[in-house]
Design a protein around this ligand. Sequence first.
Ligand SMILES: Cc1cc2nc3c(=O)[nH]c(=O)nc-3n(C[C@H](O)[C@H](O)[C@H](O)COP(=O)(O)OP(=O)(O)OC[C@H]3O[C@@H](n4cnc5c(N)ncnc54)[C@H](O)[C@@H]3O)c2cc1C
Length: 296
Amino acid sequence: MEDKRKLLDQPLHGIYIPIALILFGTWIFSWSYMPYSIAFIAIVFSFRYYEAMKRRSSIDKNIWRDFELMDKTLIAPMTSIYRFKLNREDEILDIPTGHHLACCFIVDGKDEIRFYSPISNQFDAGFFDILVKHYERGKVTRRLAQVQVGQTVKFRGTVGTLNYSPGMAKEIGLIAGGTGITPILQVITRVITDLEDDTKLKLIYGNETERDILLKNEIDEIAAKYPNFDVHYTVTHPEPSWTGSKGYVTREMIEQYAPQISDDNMLFICGPPEMKRSLFAITQEMGWKKENIFCF
Ligand SMILES: Cc1cc2nc3c(=O)[nH]c(=O)nc-3n(C[C@H](O)[C@H](O)[C@H](O)COP(=O)(O)OP(=O)(O)OC[C@H]3O[C@@H](n4cnc5c(N)ncnc54)[C@H](O)[C@@H]3O)c2cc1C
């Protein structure tokens, strides 16, 4: 369905017909009032234009814009949540489910562009959050870690190819590795906050150690609250007390914890490139059709 709210952001929406009527009325009534009518139209037009410009989204698909860092919070080893300010306090980052923002830093005179999936939801107004893991030799993440509150970072977007709609699958198996949880979290939030979406979600989340599991409390809370959402964790280097799976995500884990292979079900996979490549191959060997697998 077409989103008619977007029409409000067009400065001239709903203005042509009233202008034509005023001009036509003035022409019939008396030409001598024409300057007053034109002045009135100019005032109304300027006000509408100003209001529409204020309502426009802070983020643009094609133009890089600067966003002020409001806050940063370390949530796991080498991983922080960065909060950036939107233009208006009541603005919500309107981002299609599972889409990303492009972020740009100039490193050694060259534009380095990386993608980040916001984890803030459709109820968070005035800001957006990204969750970023830092790499010691990472070109962009090393620079991002040095940004101080009050300084700005360039973003544009949104970017992405997932076209999520409720009912696109009966059950969705979500397989995430490390920071690959960020777009997966968008899907989870979207499904659990839509009362009419009864898609069943089954998450398999892999990490190096227990301490690396991002947003575990939040994920566990969702699993406890929503019967349509299950989670299973696996870590490569567990503590002796660990009760979840050990090692990388395997075929057996997918058989046990993801939905049954069916044309009605789908798999969404997000993680480091090698993980995505290997899971795409494994799941097809298992019998999943290519068109039922989406890799972010
Ligand atoms: C669609 C999409 C969405 C993404 N969303 C997020 C997100 O929400 N949060 C987030 O933190 N990242 C996300 N990423 C990854 C992100 O875009 C960068 O690739 C990452 O932040 C590293 O950038 P860098 O410039 O610091 O590292 P680079 O300079 O590109 O790489 C330096 C070194 O870091 C290591 N490295 C880099 N990326 C990875 C990785 N993914 N896994 C393991 N080792 C790696 C490698 O050793 C590499 O040689 C996303 C990627 C894509 C494609």
